[in-house]
Each structure stands twice: as C-alpha cells, then as structure tokens.
Design a protein around this ligand. Sequence first.
Ligand code: CS2
Length: 492
Amino acid sequence: MAFDQMPRLSRTGSVPKVGLVHFGPGAFFRAFTAVYTHEAMAAAGGDWGITAVSLKSPRAREQLKPQGYVYTAIERAAKSETARLITSVADVLVAPEDPGAVISVLANPAIKVVTLTITEKGYGFDPVSGGLDRSHPDIVADLGGVHAPRSAMGFLLAGLAARKENDTPPFTVLSCDNLPSNGHVTRRILLEFAQAVQPELSSWIETKVSFPSTMVDRITPATQDEDIKALAKRKGYRDEALVVHEPFRQWVIEDSFNSDRPAWENAGAQFVESVDAHETMKLRCLNGTHSALAYLGYLAGHETIADAVAQPDFEALCQRLWHDEILPTVPPPEDEDLAAYVQALMVRYRNPNIRHRTWQIAMDGSQKLPQRILGTVRDRLAAGVVPLGLCLVVAAWMRYSGGVDEVGKRIDVRDPLAERLHAASERGATPEEKVSGLLAIEEVFGTDLPNANLFRDAVTDAYVRLVDHGATESVALTLEQMGRSSYSPTKA
Ligand code: CS2
C-alpha cells in the first residue's frame, strides 16, 4: 500500500487517567520521561497519564492526536532494533491556542507532578545574575501578568496560584533539562518571577513546592521521515509521532518530592540525596564532548556524531578531552567508575544506527557552552593548566557562530544570540578581534574568561589554525600540541 494511503496507528486500550503535566512534548520527552512513566505504570499501576503541553507549535498534537496519543519508541542498538508502543500520553495541549485550558489542567488536584523538557533557553535564566532573565521575550510578556501566560514560568505560576486559591496542595516541579542544578535554578527563577508578578505567592511556593534536581540521559536524534517510512513498511500503518533512541538511559532524581509521584524506580530511575556529582559527570563528559564533536565535526563536514568519531583523530581528541581535561575536574559519583563511563560513551557515540546530526547538537551553543565546556575550562585554569583541547572547541564554536563554513557556505546557526554572535564575529577585522569580540559576550564567558590571557591566547591560536588549516587538520595539530607537557603559544 502507498505510504499516504496507510492508516494511522491507533490506540487499542483505554487512555490512562492523568497525574502528570509535561511541558515540551518533543522527541526527548517521548523517548525518556514518557517511557519511564509508561513502565512505572505497567509495573506499579497508578493514574499517571500525561497531559503534554506545547508552548509553541501544534506539531506534537498533529503527530499524536490522530493516533490516540500512542506512538512507537524504536530502540536502536548497533546491531539490532526493537519497537514498542508507549501509551502514557493522554492528551496534548497547545498553550498559545488556549492558555486557560492549560491553567485548568495545572489546577486539577489529580495532577501531582509537572515535568519540564523546555531546553536551556526555555527557562528565562540569566547566566549573569544566575536568576530571572528580564529581557527574555516570553518572560517580558508574562511580567505584565499571567492570565494568558506565554512562558513555562508564567504557566507554573498561574497553575500554582489557582491551586493555592482552591486550597489544593501544590504539584512538584521536575526539570529534566541539561542544566546544572536544574531544580535549584528552576526554583530560583520561579521565585523571582513570582516576586515580580504575585509576591504574595512566593512565600507559599518557597515553603510548599519542591523542585528536585535531575540528571537525564538518553541520546535521541530528531525523527527523520525515513524512520516513519521504514516503520510503515514493516507494520502497515503510519506512526507520525514515533521516536528513535539508543538503548542506554539513566535518570537520577533528587528524592525530595512534596507530592505523590510515579514509581519511576520500577523503570530504573535512581533516587538519591543529591544529583550534583552525576550531573557534573554527565554534562561535562557527555554533553561537553557532544558539543566538541558537533562544532568541529560540522566544520569538518561530518553529518553525524557517529561519522565524526569514525575518524581516528576525532575519537583520539575525545579521549584526550576526557582523560587530560575533563575527568580531572569531575568528582566521581559514588556508584560510577569514570574511566568505564567515558569508554561506554564512546561505544554509544559509535552506534551507527543513531544518526544524531552535528548540526542538531550545535544548536543553542550560547546556552550550552557555559555548563558543558567553560566550567571545565575554569577549573583547569585554576589548576594552572591551559586546556588546549577545549580551547579548540571554543574556537570551533566561534568559527561556527560566524555563520560561514570552510567552503564558504552559509551555516544555518540556530541560537537565541545568533545575531549578536554573527555581528561580533563580523566586526572583528582580524582573528584576534573576532575572538575578543565574542569573548566579550558576558552571558557566555562571564567577566573572568575574557581577562584570562592564556585562555584568550590559546583560543585565538586555535581560531587562526581553524581558518588556516580547517577543522580536520586542526584536530590533528591540536592532538600533537596536547602531547607536549606544557603550553606555550605558537603564534609568531
Ligand atoms: C545533546 C543532548 O543536543 C544536544 O545538545 O548533547 O541532547 C544529548 O544527546 C543528551 O543530553 C543525551 O542525554
């Protein structure tokens, strides 16, 4: 049967009663939070169906609603593939169409937990103050009042306000984004936002609502049309909402809920007192090298992470980044062997059936660099060492953000600061000026790194090398340079 004529996948069993609201119903949610919840319900029961809320586009609803909110999670290992149906999503709301409907759901006493995968830029986090970004467009709109909110913070506040009003106990707020101390950050931003909009609510939130931090991990590339067509060919139906993910997953959650919650431990989630060590390990080891491979790999013409690490020098760079620069800054979590952890990461990156595009990971670099790369850089500088590998990564991000690739083609740079990055790069007449202009962006580099002379020189050297030799050769040259015992600038 022709693909277009195939019926859509449909739900056979009943829709679960809801207990969770989730903001950000993209691929990661479907491969992670919804899967854990599906398994927790299968193992331990409970009414934990999910109302998923999209803050922007109707896409997730268009994908899920016609098929009864059921979809396929395809697990791809290097040599095998399994597919199963995930049934935990009960509904999808598109917030801009009817903000009131979202607030009503948040006010429903059946809702116990609100989970978030809204990406780094969705929080309205100001890295300079560590608190609320009062220039974030959606936050600016919501500071005027939260009757028809636009931001996740606006909805959380409106939902909590309704619950307080109705004498309903609050839900727990669970951030599942790749930010350090994501629970603490969410709490601080929401409290500052409440102070500005409804100050009478802030002390209630402060005492009654908990924001456990979490570490989340599963590599989940954006779904491709080929994936949908391949499944349709095998099954005879179309699943427009399917998601493809690797076998590995890890969810570490701070055990501090103010409400009931799904028995996610039945699906393998680890509940711990503090997630700090797991978070640092994951953000620096995985996301740090992911971003490294994304910028250098993209510039070198590699489409995916697997393509990049198939190049011996790219794999070698990853290993050197881990062993020389990243691991010395990572305190090992109690139950982890860091050397084994990073070797397992390399096996995950090599998985040829996970086509995770370097371009996808390169997105939103200004929001990602600080926690993935620059914290490590600071720790190494404080230890008296210039991390040459990470300096190359920073330079590659700068080159990428300039918006033109090595053969003169425009790069589609997606980043909330894209225009400023491009302008800073354009303004500089020389590599030194370009690097200085970009280092001056305080949201990314703070006020300390632009003044760290050895760091600035190493990034400038790396930038010059990228321009003169290209990314592939720069990786080789940097590996050679990293072999030297101490750093001396190579500039004439
Ligand atoms: C990636 C992450 O897109 C990115 O920036 O680094 O999404 C990464 O795949 C996940 O954090 C893995 O858990």
